[in-house]
Write a protein that binds this ligand. Structure first.
Ligand code: ADP
Ligand code: MG
Ligand code: MG
Length: 459
């Protein structure tokens, strides 16, 4: 019977699914039985496709790359085939996207909540402290942001044991890969179209991904709301971010400004303050930026906090369902547990961009050190339940070569939000990003070389 021959594309759940009778009868393929010639053929096609369709990044090995357009490019790292993902969990992640958009907006309006929640972090984290200073100055002059634009990405992992889709974090600044993420989905759809018969796959199981278009549309709509045809959109990038030109600015998009290294001198902080002062629409405003910190994520997960910002009980329940365990380090019991079982936790400072978290035995060491050094430093970190996603065999393509390895995936759902005073102009889910990393790595930056861009195969 055909249901019994329904193994999964990348997820070693075949045996279990057979016992359970299979989830459904969608034709999906067993990666382990893939013929090597077929894999090589697909890799070749995928590399050609990437060059033709702009699935490329600057090549660090080429000196003039990044300064001369069209020179020194290499394909972005990608998974050869999309990763199997349960459709019901995908739908849930999509459903909560507009609710998270609304939550960010509501929280951003509560200046007191942001200042108080981060007051102790401010004392021990110089970077967060500078951001809070800008925020306080805006509160003092009662600065109102009437047009508010958010381009967010909420990230999730599917916890294997509990089968829960748990939020890793909510990014409100400089959310990466809406561009390349969309292109990878197209690459996979093209491969499934061409090889679907050999693979026994259905191309319609990979959802199309319009993240890039949706984000540019939201930016354009913000520009329209600003209502000055002569004004431009300014994009703040690393490393030359002081170039403001002689134009009126309608929208400032921060592709940089999230990391301490983006502010090498006082000049950058002055520029950030100036931009916040201006009438331009900031994406994100300082309040949106602060709302995306890990500390605020942890505060929002406390009992009865979501209720302050959202009225609809069902919406609250949906958000809460995807909250993982989150704790302040002031919780002595949880710190005891984490010292005893450090591998069940992740310790996070208030940073973005990957590579900042603490895992495993280092968690124990860090917590013991903090115990000795006194309470103050506690506020720099939060503790989070470690999520263990299902590990599965994957073909990772990097630098023109394909390797098979065990990997886990993180799904990001983009969300765009635009409002002008009481009028919500955009509040939508805007495509997705699937990143897959070798399971042996704690964190898997795509740029750092551990993760690849990926898409979904819904089952
Ligand atoms: P950043 O803002 O630097 O991206 P994240 O909170 O996303 O910070 O953490 C970086 C990476 O660490 C994630 O992409 C994920 O791979 C891993 N990670 C973070 N939190 C957890 C967790 N609770 N369980 C397992 N892995 C996690
Ligand atoms: Mg982040
Ligand atoms: Mg992240």
């Amino acid at each position: 019977d055909s249901a019994r021959k329904t193994p999964t594309l990348k997820c070693g759940r075949t045996a279990q699914m057979e016992i359970e009778g299979g989830s459904d009868s969608k034709p999906i393929l067993d990666l382990h039985s893939l013929d090597d010639n077929l894999v090589q053929k697909m890799v070749y096609d995928a590399l050609v496709w990437s060059s033709l369709h702009g699935l490329v990044v600057g090549d660090r090995n080429v000196q003039r790359s990044g300064t001369v357009p069209g020179v020194g490019m290499v394909h972005a790292p990608f998974a050869l085939l999309p990763t199997v993902f349960p459709e019901n969990q995908w739908k849930l992640a999509c459903e909560v996207a507009p609710i998270f958009n609304e939550l960010v907006d509501r929280v951003s309006l509560d200046g007191k909540f942001l200042q108080e929640s981060l007051s102790r972090t401010k004392k021990v984290d110089a970077f967060t402290s500078r951001l809070l200073d800008i925020h306080s100055k805006m509160l003092e002059i009662n600065k109102k942001e009437e047009i508010r634009l958010g381009l967010h990405r909420s990230d999730y992992m599917l916890d294997e044991k509990t089968k829960l889709l748990l939020q890793i974090e909510l990014n409100t600044i400089s959310t990466s890969f809406p561009g390349l993420g969309s292109v990878v989905s197209e690459l996979h759809r093209s491969l499934l179209k061409n090889y679907g018969e050999h693979l026994g796959c259905d191309v319609n199981c990979t959802p199309s991904n319009d993240a890039a278009n949706r984000f540019s549309e939201a930016l354009a709509k913000a520009w329209i709301e600003y209502n000055n045809p002569k004004a431009v959109i300014m994009v703040v990038v690393q490393p030359e971010e002081r170039n403001m030109g002689g134009h009126a600015i309608a929208v400032i998009y921060f592709r940089a400004g999230y990391a301490p290294t983006d502010y090498p001198s006082e000049a950058e902080w002055r520029a950030r303050l100036l931009m916040e002062h201006s009438s331009a629409i900031k994406c994100p405003s300082i309040s949106y930026h602060l709302t995306g910190t890990k500390k605020i994520q942890q505060e929002l997960a406390k009992p009865n906090v979501l209720e302050k910002f959202i009225d609809n009980k069902e919406d609250i329940a949906k958000l809460r369902k995807c909250f993982a365990g989150l704790w302040s380090l002031d919780d002595a019991d949880i710190v005891d547990t984490a010292i005893e079982k450090p591998h069940l936790f992740v310790m996070k400072p208030q940073r973005e961009g990957g590579g900042n978290n603490i895992y495993g035995d280092d968690v124990r060491e860090a917590l013991l050190r903090l115990r000795k050094d006194g309470k103050e430093q506690n506020a720099a970190y939060i503790l989070m339940q470690r999520i263990f996603p299902t590990d599965s065999a994957t073909f990772l393509v990097r630098d023109g070569s394909c390797h098979k390895d065990h990997a886990v995936s993180e799904l990001g759902i983009y969300g765009a939000y635009l409002r002008n005073k009481d009028k919500v102009i955009v509040n939508e889910r805007s495509g997705y990003l699937m990143r897959t990393k070798v399971s042996s790595s704690n964190e898997g930056g795509v740029a750092a070389g551990f993760a690849v861009l990926d898409s979904l195969y819904l089952t």
